[in-house]
Design a binder for this molecule. Structure first.
Ligand code: ATR
Length: 283
């Protein structure tokens, strides 16, 4: 494997750490990026026991590893562990990308920029001056708020099953734009141009309680989850005549591309990788 991507240069080691990790698509995505950009890297998936994250990161760095992706359930622990954070990682309270350099451990969070790039660049959905609904107030929602608000939407409403969590999250980001939070019952008199599902409901085959009147004309709906089949929220969006109904596969590849850029200073081409993963998902 190592020889395959050794273009006569030294191979740099990267990995994704998580638990579980066996289904992670990150090794295939980064290997495709490396082939495409002729970067000499080896990217593996490392299963880390709960309680063993700090040790695992230390071992990886000591063996000369250059960078890591971090996934469930270690993103908050990674935030604690790093010695420097980007602004978006600082505010997200979670780190999904680590870069080791000159004895420093730099932490970033590329989830939000991954979502924004998939919406705006890949799917032509402008966020500026739009009314956005973000469903969910957990780690996934918090992780995307800085890049979403930097797009200057007219408003962003965070709806959550536990309304106080949405209100607290909105308060924590209110300095960055017009953000409010509340329960699903407060959606009855509101309309949105873009709805993003950052809840874990799709994983359970469930749908948050949404009023039928929620979508403006030309609205787009985005589920941060992806699977071979449309999620319950995507089905709801299609039934309610959303013009664009998207899943999170593009976000997965875009967040990886941003990590790759942080590590290698080279921007990979994402479209071909998204298409390849989409085909594999449908097999
Ligand atoms: P993650 O890191 O994926 O965001 P999390 O922090 O556990 O995971 O948050 C899960 C989010 O999905 C929460 O906003 C949760 O709502 P509560 O805060 O009220 O628990 C939301 N969620 C999970 N299952 C849901 C369901 N069936 N319907 C609506 N929201 C759901």
């Amino acid at each position: 494997m190592k020889d395959l991507f050794d273009f006569g240069k030294k191979i740099d080691d990267y990995a994704v750490m998580g638990n579980p990790i066996s289904h992670s698509k990150s090794p295939s995505i980064h290997t495709l990026f490396a082939e495409q950009t002729q970067q000499s890297i080896l990217y593996t998936a490392i299963h880390v026991d709960l309680g063993g994250f700090t040790q695992a990161v230390g071992n990886f760095a000591a063996s000369g590893g250059k960078g890591l992706n971090v996934t469930v359930p270690f993103k908050q622990e990674a935030w604690q562990l790093v010695t420097e954070r980007s602004e978006r990682a600082e505010r997200a309270g979670a780190v999904n990308t680590i870069k080791f350099m000159d004895g420093k451990v730099y932490g970033d969070n590329t989830d939000g920029v991954g979502l924004v790039n998939d919406l705006t660049i890949n799917n032509g959905i402008e966020l500026k001056n739009k009314n956005i609904l973000l469903m969910g107030a957990g780690g996934a929602a918090r992780g995307v708020l800085v890049p979403l608000l930097k797009q200057q939407p007219a408003s962003l409403f965070i709806a959550n099953r536990t309304p106080d969590k949405a209100k607290d999250l909105a308060d924590a980001f209110a300095d960055l734009g017009s953000v409010e939070g509340g329960g699903y019952e407060s959606l009855t008199d509101k309309k949105f141009d873009i709805i993003i599902n950052a809840t874990a409901a799709s994983l359970q085959g469930e749908l948050p309680p949404l009023p039928d009147t929620l979508l403006n004309n030309n609205a787009s709906c985005y589920d941060m989850m992806y699977s071979a089949k449309a999620t319950p929220f995507m089905n709801w969006a299609t039934e309610h005549k959303a013009v664009k109904v998207l899943d999170g596969l593009g976000m997965l590849v875009e967040q990886a591309a941003e990590s790759f850029y942080i590590w290698r200073n080279v921007k990979p081409e994402t479209k071909v990788v998204i298409e390849k993963l989409r085909k594999e998902l449908q097999l």
